[in-house]
Ligand binder design. Structure first.
Ligand code: C5P
Length: 405
């Protein structure tokens, strides 16, 4: 897995002799872990065939703006949304001029106009075209629009000239693309996260559960993917959409959550237990719906397995992080939990505060570790998830804990 792991790169190919290098560029990007889709301008197809780029990218190549079949498959707006990065390589002088003036007269320029993703261009042209004042002004405008300019390189040109204007080599373009993603923090790492409540069945129609929304765990999964991790989310029943690019396994009971977690956690670098697992389950599940015959009804409950403690006790354990929802003495209870379950980090929050915690969009937590603790201010769960992933990534450098015997 490389530094573009989980990233989606839309490669725009415009008409220039350097278009033949796009084939190698696709391979480089894929080698770094990126998924690649290709959009070609009509002129690009004179230099390299769509079929070649389609075979290499493993995805249909998009060519025309006004093509009903293509728009039905993945239209220009969807392509614009799909991409984490639009990399135009080679970018001709003509394309650069059209891009900087916001023209939308072909598919590629329209996708660029419609996109909120990062855009980078790799200019490729004759040295006199490169030096031309109009080209330089256009490039300046692109920089002002926060569009990245990769290269160009200098050297021998197809027209016989020597000088600046050659497209950067595919391997360098790939490195430049990787560097755009600020957080490759968890690149090459695997993370497993539990989220949401569990449901413990009483009979075919009833269950015991809690109010966990799953928002924190889902936000952590999104943050982990953004940091480049291969991410697995083991989720109890929630009202949230499965996050993109996350392997989401849905479960109901604590026993199912434990099984799914143990199946995934081997080889993982990090395990975060964000689920609100039911501590007890009915001792037996009635086969038929329980009838309301008596005035009193007694339930016998038995203890559920502790998922995070089970993972922390594995001989080859990942960095193991738990949550602690407390109503009093936050730091004290979180520290007890840290030691009892042999965790590397406990993220503690005060659930007696209605503004944070269960079902809320905000959270305020205390990070409790064996030798230190740190309070974070109240923030949105998504922002907090990014901060937590940053913090957890920094703990990977410390030697792993030894499981308690
Ligand atoms: O003991 P308590 O439930 O307060 O611990 C909370 C932490 O333990 C959370 O990280 C939760 O996901 C995890 N946990 C678990 N399995 C359980 C109970 C809690 O993984 N059965």
């Amino acid at each position: 897995m490389g530094s573009l792991n989980n990233k989606r790169v839309l490669l725009g190919v415009t008409g220039g002799i350097a278009a033949y290098k796009s084939a190698e560029l696709i391979r480089c990007l894929q080698g770094e872990g990126a998924e690649v889709r290709v959009v070609m301008t009509p002129a690009a197809t004179e230099f390299i065939t769509p079929l070649t780029l389609q075979a290499l990218s493993g995805n249909p190549v998009s060519l025309k703006l006004l093509d009903t079949a293509a728009e039905a498959a993945m239209g220009h707006i969807e392509l614009a949304r799909w991409a984490d990065l639009i990399l135009v390589a080679p970018a001709s002088a003509d394309f650069i001029a059209r891009l900087c003036h916001g023209e939308g007269n072909d598919l590629l320029s329209t996708v660029c106009l419609a996109s909120h993703s990062m855009i980078a261009v790799a200019p490729a042209m004759n040295k006199h075209m490169w030096e031309n004042a109009a080209t330089q002004q256009n490039l300046q405008l692109l920089r002002e629009h926060a569009i990245h300019i990769f290269g160009p390189a200098s050297g021998y040109q197809a027209c016989g000239d020597r000088g600046e204007g050659r497209m950067e080599a595919p391997a360098s373009l790939c490195t430049m693309a990787s560097n755009l993603f600020v957080s490759g923090l968890l690149s090459g790492k695997k993370i497993v996260i539990t989220a949401g409540p569990t449901r413990e069945a009483l009979d075919p129609v009833r269950y015991i559960s809690n109010h966990s929304s799953g928002k924190m765990g889902y936000a952590l999964a999104q943050a982990a993917v953004a940091a480049g991790a291969t991410t697995v989310l083991v989720s109890g029943p929630v009202q949230l959409e499965p996050p993109e690019r996350v392997k989401t396994i849905t479960v109901e009971s604590a026993a199912e959550m434990l099984n799914a977690t143990l199946n995934e956690v081997g080889g993982a670098d990090i395990f975060i237990a964000a689920a609100a697992v039911a501590d007890y389950r009915p001792a037996s599940i009635a086969e038929q719906k329980i009838k309301k015959n008596d005035d009193d009804m007694f339930l016998q409950l038995i203890k559920n397995p502790d998922i995070v403690a089970t993972v922390a006790a594995l001989p080859k354990r990942p960095l193991t992080v738990g949550f602690a929802a407390e109503t009093e003495n936050l730091e004290h209870h979180a520290t007890l939990k840290l030691h009892k379950k042999n965790l590397d980090l406990v993220i503690a929050n005060d659930v007696s505060d209605a503004e944070i915690g269960f079902n809320s969009d905000d959270n305020r937590v205390l990070l409790v570790q064996p030798s230190s603790s740190k309070a974070l201010p109240t923030m949105n769960k998504h922002l907090l998830a990014n901060k937590l992933i940053e913090h957890i990534a920094s703990l990977l450098d410390t030697p792993p804990k030894i499981p308690l015997s």
